[in-house]
Structures are given as C-alpha cells and as structure tokens.
Design a protein around this ligand. Sequence first.
Ligand SMILES: Cc1cc2nc3c(=O)[nH]c(=O)nc-3n(C[C@H](O)[C@H](O)[C@H](O)COP(=O)(O)OP(=O)(O)OC[C@H]3O[C@@H](n4cnc5c(N)ncnc54)[C@H](O)[C@@H]3O)c2cc1C
Length: 325
Amino acid sequence: MFLVFLEIRDGKIKKSSLEALSEAKRRADEMSMDVAAAIAGHNIEALAGEAFCYGASKVFVLENTLLSHYSPSGFAFALKSLIDEVNPTVILFSATAMGKDLAPRLAASLGVSLATDCIKMTANGGKLEVVRPIYAGKAFATFSFKSSPQMVSLRPNVFPLIDPLDTQGETVKKDVVLAEDNVRDQVVELLKAEGVALDVTEAEIVVSGGRGMKGPENFDLLRDLTSILPHSAVGASRSAVDAGWIDHQHQVGQTGKTVSPNIYLAFGVSGAIQHLAGMSSSKVIVAVNKDPEAPIFRVADFGVIGDLFQVIPPLKEELKKLLAE
Ligand SMILES: Cc1cc2nc3c(=O)[nH]c(=O)nc-3n(C[C@H](O)[C@H](O)[C@H](O)COP(=O)(O)OP(=O)(O)OC[C@H]3O[C@@H](n4cnc5c(N)ncnc54)[C@H](O)[C@@H]3O)c2cc1C
C-alpha cells in the first residue's frame, strides 16, 4: 500500500499534497498496489472526498482536538501509530515546510531511510527509484531503498495532478489516543506576511529580481507584473535580500526557498549556482540580463539580453493585452 500524508491549510488539502497523491496513484497502478491517504486534525472527515478524487481508495482520518493545529511531535506520534497498524510499503510526503519537518521525525522514529525533495519517482521491479538533486542542484542522484517502508518527500509543483476521478472510497476514522506529553510542541498561530497573497513556493509564476533591480523601489515593477499575472509571486536573489530591498521570505535558492513554478522570470539575476539550486526545476525559465555571459542563460529556455528597465514596461503592456483576450 502507498500511504500519502495530506497537509491541510485553511481548511483545505494543499495542492502539493494532491500532487503527491496523484503521483502515488500513477506509481501504485504500475506496481498493482492500493493508495491510501492520511489526514490529521479535528472535524476534518469531510475532506476525504477530495482525496478520493485524486487517487486514494481509503482515507485514514486521524482525529484528536490536540491535532487541530500542527504539532510536530503530535502528528509524528499519530502517524507512527497508523503506520505500525497498517504497514504501508511506501509513505509519501510533500516537501513543504511541514513535510520537511514531519517526514524526518517520522523516518527517525521508524528507523528507516527518507529520500527528500525528490523530483522523479519510478517503479522498478516492485521497488521505487527516486531522483533528487544533490550538491545544491549541481547533480542528480538516483536512490533505491534497503529499508521498508520506503519513505519519500516530493518537491511541490513538479508532479502533475491527475484528472479528478469521479469515485468514492472508504473513510476510516481513527480516534488518536494522545497524552498531553505526546504533544510537546504546537503551532499556536500562523501569521501571514502582510501584503503577500501567495507564497513563492506555491505560485505558478514567479517573477524574481536580483541585484540588477538596483534598489528596493524597483521591486514595484515586479509587483506590478504579479498583479496582472494569475497565481504569481515575487521572488528574489540573496543579493537583493541581503541589500535589504525585499524580505527574506522571497529569497529563492540554496539558503532561501525551492520553487518549481510553471514559469520563472528572472530579472537582473546572474544565475549563481546557489540561486539555480532553488529554481532550476522550474518548467520554463525566462531570463532578462544585460550580460550575454550571465550563467542564468545556461538554464533559461528564453532569454532577453538587455536592460530590464527597458524590457519590463513593454512586456507588461503585452501581457495585459494577452491576458485580456
Ligand atoms: C552558502 C551560500 C548560500 C547562498 N544562497 C543563496 C540563495 O539562496 N539564493 C541566491 O540567490 N543566492 C545565494 N547565494 C549568493 C550567490 O552566490 C550570489 O551571490 C547571488 O545569487 C547573486 O545575486 P544576483 O544574481 O542578484 O547578483 P549579481 O551576481 O550581482 O548579478 C546581478 C545581475 O544583474 C545583471 N544586471 C545589472 N543591471 C541590469 C539591468 N539594468 N538589466 C538587466 N540585467 C542587469 C548583471 O548583468 C548581473 O548578471 C549564496 C551564497 C553562498 C556562499
């Protein structure tokens, strides 16, 4: 059995979790296995329906009021109890902030290996092979597992969603028995950054600026673009962040966030290896840089050699026209 942990945010299953579930469905079909999903929280049973649409035939609902907010120790405890009982062959997470926190805890408590932030998963003779970037994205390594269950976290925005299925499955409610000391830590409140509608890791289009933006005020040019592009967010290089032009939450790269949007637009970003580590799995990369030798052009699908301040205004007008059609 594949068991996929589904993350809930604002009362909904996160898209990246549905991507993991979709990938589980594809691989499980090849390996003639079932797909189950696990959700944890309080009064969340109604969310099982969406999991059935994305490939789960069974949804385990881990119920306890103490799980209403994310608790690393509480969630790990609840999931371990479920895993001990149902003995899955494969356990999948999405490599989100929560997945990056929870999956290693669980792997440690189960005493098994975990392949993190994977960008490809194949079935080979009944076992999984996964590909993950290593050395800050300079190389890719393929792993298989000696331990069982095989635990994997998948990079968000890399694995496509399946077309929603019109099926229902079995909902299995588990009242998790938790002692107070099983929940040693708890997220009390999630504070949304002011003025940031969409996190850069969740955006389908990322519009990034680097040192070539010249100053904080020019990031408004990028915000203008995101205001007309659907599901978009502003990203930044570390130089721009270190200069104090934009908050660290926008930083893309090795010491920032990893993004895999459908389109990554890079304005005045040189393309240092540490920046590429966070965005090279983007589906289409467009770079605007006045230096034809800038390394960003080595990974770009489309490039404009030119001054970004000349390029952005007509680009914005063209985008407006296109999006109005
Ligand atoms: C341990 C470590 C971790 C790091 N982590 C990260 C990370 O997470 N993310 C990250 O981004 N960096 C990271 N870095 C820093 C990284 O090495 C680079 O220094 C940084 O990415 C450079 O940022 P930049 O491309 O904005 O600036 P620069 O390298 O200075 O490039 C600016 C670019 O703008 C172009 N430009 C200038 N003016 C214009 C214009 N008018 N129009 C068009 N183009 C123009 C220039 O040609 C140049 O290519 C890390 C470094 C280390 C050592």
